[in-house]
Design a protein around this ligand. Structure first.
Ligand SMILES: Cc1ncc(COP(=O)(O)O)c(C=O)c1O
Length: 412
């Protein structure tokens, strides 16, 4: 297959970019190149794939749904897959979630949460307009989602257009109290509308794991000030951190939850934002403009919803729980054995994060080495992480670890 010069790839400096690797097919944890080369997908293709590529059960369900209804406008109309998905998903979510708003990716799930939180106050004529977030967080690439991450080098060209947020340090080891104090100062001003966070782990910011008990205190502090809390579970959702949702690991519950990525098992784009009854009620009234005037063409797409239903079936099977536990304990054992060789080596559930001891960036060399070995791991700077589909076998995990260990010795 010819690669195309017409295509502009994401997160890519096109002038210096490598030729993209043409992938012909996927099966289980493997991707197969046009040239026949096999790649173990150690990052679940940007964290979306849960059960392996081209899983036959999900394929069947999507095929069956395409024969019935591929899409329908979701204002004034509804359909069985969306209804069933909401009724099965909502009881699984942490907190008292009462309503689910569909969109079509992680960034839009975040946009929806932010807009709901801001309009919640607007509808009540209460002047709370500030969004609070963690420094070094990531919530997507649309303007609201970029704003909610605070100013950073990735969104620098747009700083003038981003709305102002208040940011606090994430409560990583050693700066837990600092984080809480910063939040207190902000909340005391009385302008905060909501606090958005990636629960337990900052993903794109370098797979940085932080304390659940501190997150709990931050949420409690927000609630004491009447501030809404938004858990962005776009990455952490659907079992990545050891529980189905990361917020299950804390007592304090968020008011809104953002979902995407693993929602459909990695087959089709879908976003969803859940909120409590109290929030939903603030949008009810006789005036049209009190409603949440937001929607996307592919909102609640039936194929995506049936994919999500099939993925949920697989996710809730006891064997999938066992697989996630196996991955988690293998990661832990790796950390215990190899911790001294890394600047940081930690895991949470099915996610393993390793930071190399190096003064210079070795990101590209690591990436190239892994690819040459037939392993797809995409480092974030000098941080390598492993986040495999849940169907991976113990020996395959051990093979990934062995490739990482090879990078520790000698020249890459
Ligand atoms: C925590 C979090 N939120 C939101 C997003 C944005 O999701 P999407 O890429 O589907 O827009 C991501 C993507 O990596 C994410 O990790």
């Amino acid at each position: 297959m010819e690669t195309s010069t017409l295509i502009w790839h994401p997160f890519t400096q096109m002038q210096t970019a490598r030729t993209p690797i043409p992938i012909a097919r996927g099966s289980g944890i493997y991707l197969y190149g046009e040239d026949g080369k096999r790649y173990l997908d150690g990052i679940s293709s940007w964290w979306v794939n849960l059960h392996g590529h081209a899983h036959p059960y999900i394929v069947e369900k999507i095929k069956a749904q395409s024969d019935k209804l591929e899409h329908v406008i979701f204002a004034d109309f509804t359909h069985a897959p969306a209804v069933e998905l909401a009724s099965r998903l909502m009881p699984l979510l942490p907190g008292d979630m009462a309503k689910l708003f569909y969109s079509d990716n992680g960034s839009t799930a975040v946009e929806v949460a932010l807009k709901i939180a801001l309009q919640y106050w607007y509808n009540q004529k209460i002047n709370r307009t500030k969004v609070v977030c963690f420094k070094n967080s990531y919530h997507g690439d649309t303007f609201g989602a970029m704003s909610a991450a605070g100013r950073n080098s990735f969104n620098q060209p747009f700083w003038k257009q981003l709305f102002d947020v208040e940011s606090i340090d994430p409560p990583i080891k050693g700066q837990e109290e600092k984080s809480l104090q910063q939040l207190q100062v902000i909340l005391d001003k009385g302008e905060a509308a909501c606090f958005i966070f990636e629960p337990l782990i900052l993903g794109s910011g370098g797979m940085i794991i932080y304390s659940g008990s501190m997150l709990e205190r931050l949420i409690q502090c927000c609630h004491a000030h009447g501030v809404l809390t938004i858990a962005d579970e776009v990455m952490t959702g659907f079992g990545r951190t050891g529980t189905l949702f990361a917020c299950e690991q804390i007592q304090a519950k968020p008011d809104l939850i953002c979902l995407s990525k693993g929602l459909t098992g990695g087959f089709l784009p879908l976003g969803a934002t859940a909120c409590t009854e109290k929030i939903f009620n603030a949008f009810l009234g006789s005036h049209f403009h009190q409603a949440f005037l937001h929607g996307h063409s592919y909102t609640g797409n039936p194929l995506a919803c049936s994919s999500a239903l099939a993925s949920l079936d697989l996710l809730l099977e006891p064997s999938c729980f066992e697989q996630r536990a196996m991955i988690a304990s293998s990661h832990q054992a790796f950390c215990e054995a190899w911790h001294p060789r890394f600047k940081r080596c930690e895991s949470i559930g099915t996610i393993l994060a390793l930071e190399y001891i190096s003064e210079i960036s070795i990101r590209d060399r690591l990436y190239d080495f892994f690819l040459s070995q037939g392993l797809l791991l995409r480092p974030l700077g000098n941080v390598v992480y492993v986040m495999p589909p849940y169907c991976i076998q113990k020996e395959e995990l051990e093979w990934i670890y062995s490739q990482i260990i090879l990078t520790l010795d000698g020249d890459l």
